[in-house]
Design a protein around this ligand. Structure first.
Ligand code: R5P
Length: 302
């Protein structure tokens, strides 16, 4: 199978080709003078299965468009099957209308766009909500990053740990993690959003006094959910607080929020490239999901 990379995941391309010894196929992605995207596949793909790897992270619109243009180029070059691995699936949080609000369901719109661009199969890491799979009529696999996190958790000797779900949407993730860790107790935070992009902790279900807290979430964006939760947990007598988050969206003032937070360690994956400023935070650790991608690709080939 021939594997092509988009520009958003150059860091993964290096890892996959050097560490995992996966051969990458040549593709030229450039810009016209007016900034429109230009793609040229530099290898014959006629009748072949191909795989594109591209995250639809910031700048989401550009990366999404680039992915669709690559798919179109491959389709027109007569590729047999186009498999796409989207380590971070952007626009996943706009997945429903609530209370008859006049808002789009952008996750569905993006699903329509990806489907008509010729993609035959999609895999992603930790999709924000699993119902998105039903927005597609093609195979859509959401691979869990849990094994990567569990390996790290097991290396740490937590004292009397609890898994904390920072909102109701994370309960399933927390329960799964708890099961893998021999039923570590789960504590749930009731998060409310008084306004768009604003979070507040309303309540906590469970006891964290003198416990090490393992916060689990899929996305860290403004870092408000995790940092406000941690502050609340500390006030309730929590000991150490570490958080495991798959996708480091890290927008807005996340840097300052993380810098002054009471969280001991932020553990994130490399589904999205992280800028240097964040890498310099003393309490951030980046784990790679390249082995998960390698395994997925090897399973398809076999
Ligand atoms: C929300 O449903 C997600 O799971 C995350 O909790 C959220 O996107 C995190 O956003 P922020 O870091 O801006 O609070």
């Amino acid at each position: 199978m021939k594997i092509f990379f988009g520009t958003s995941v150059k860091h993964l391309a290096n890892l996959l080709s050097h560490t995992c010894k996966i051969k990458l196929s040549p593709i030229v992605i450039s810009r016209f003078k007016d900034n429109e995207i230009n793609v040229k596949i530099d290898e014959n793909v006629r009748g072949e299965d191909v795989c594109i790897i591209q995250s639809t992270c910031y700048p989401a619109n550009d990366n999404l468009m680039e992915l669709m243009i690559i798919a179109d180029a491959l389709k027109r070059a007569a590729a047999k099957k186009i498999i796409t691995i989207i380590p971070y699936y952007g626009y996943g949080r706009q997945d429903r209308r609530i209370n008859l609000e006049q808002v789009p369901i952008t996750a569905k719109l993006v699903a329509n766009l990806l489907s008509i661009s010729g993609i035959d199969q999609i895999a992603t890491i930790d999709i924000h909500c699993e119902q998105i799979q039903g927005f597609f009529d093609i195979v859509f696999d959401s691979i869990s990053a849990e094994t990567v996190f569990l390996e790290d958790i097991r290396k740490k000797n937590f004292l009397n740990p609890v898994i904390v779900a920072p909102d109701f949407g994370s309960i399933r993730r927390a329960r799964k993690m708890s099961k893998a860790l021999k039923n570590v107790e789960v504590v749930v935070i009731e998060k409310i959003r008084p306004n768009f992009n604003e979070t507040q902790v309303a309540n906590i279900i469970g006891n964290v006094k003198n416990r090490d807290c393992i916060l689990v979430d899929d996305i860290i964006d403004t870092a408000s959910t995790l940092c406000k939760s941690a502050y609340y947990l500390k006030n309730q007598g929590a000991s150490n607080i570490v958080c495991y988050t798959t996708h480091p969206v890290l927008s807005e003032n996340a840097f300052y929020t993380m810098q002054k937070s009471v969280i001991d360690e932020f553990i994130v994956c490399d589904t999205i490239p992280i800028n240097l400023k964040f890498k310099k935070l003393s309490n951030i650790k980046i784990l790679t999901i390249s082995k998960l991608i390698e395994k997925y690709i090897l399973n398809i080939i076999i």
